[in-house]
Design a protein around this ligand. Structure first.
Ligand SMILES: [Fe+2]
Length: 203
């Protein structure tokens, strides 16, 4: 990545994001919706990281990790990626495996430890019911918990052809609140709401 300044602002976040896009071919049509989703998640996650004063190095890792959190999906069959319901149990297991595939894809790249944790753990839940490892809240790092909230919010509010419904901003916030301490970290949900609830244009 070019020029990671110690002081982060949205302009160098966007510049870094564009560098990443140049590094990794996300222009594959199969990944169009993954790419758009990842851009939105990375912007929200970086804003949250800045809001809680994480160090700039962590913000960089969150930017990279959130932008690439679903990179493992490049290895999935289009039939699974399209999400035409219902998935068979085998297809569901393959879909869930995108976390491990993404981690494996980048595991030899040094200096990306926290970004790789995001890729591996972003579907873990506080109560241990997530995947791939079923980690409990105290085992899931803060940078991963941040991306998990932003990822879920965007998945709930963005249109996908296979979904029965797309939630409004208010409905998605309600879902986040209802899943505090089961799926999501309670304090971080409050921070997300503080950052984004009162001004939808912030997202
Ligand atoms: Fe994912």
């Amino acid at each position: 990545m070019k020029g990671c300044d110690r002081m982060y602002n949205i302009n160098n976040v966007i510049a870094a994001r564009n560098d990443l896009r140049d590094y990794i071919d996300l222009n594959n049509r199969k990944l169009d919706h993954v790419n758009d989703h990842s851009l939105r998640v990375s912007e929200m996650a970086v804003k949250m990281a800045i809001a809680i004063n994480l160090p700039s190095e962590d913000i960089t890792q969150i930017l990279i990790g959130s932008y690439l959190h679903d990179i493992g999906k490049i290895f999935l069959d289009k039939e699974i990626l399209d999400g035409n319901l219902p998935l068979t149990p085998i297809q569901r297991a393959e879909m869930e495996n995108h976390t491990i595939l993404g981690y494996e894809y980048l595991k030899d790249i040094t200096g990306l430890d926290k970004a790789k944790e995001i890729i591996l753990m972003h579907h873990e839940k506080i109560d241990g019911s997530g995947y791939p490892k079923g980690l409990l809240g105290y085992e899931i790092p803060t940078h991963v918990k941040i991306v998990s909230i932003c990822d879920s919010y965007d998945a709930m509010t963005s249109y996908r052809a296979y979904k029965k419904c797309t939630l409004s901003h208010a409905e998605a916030i309600k879902e986040l609140l209802e899943n505090k301490n089961t799926q999501f970290d309670s304090d971080l949900v409050d921070i997300f709401i503080k950052e984004f609830h009162f001004n939808n244009s912030n997202i």
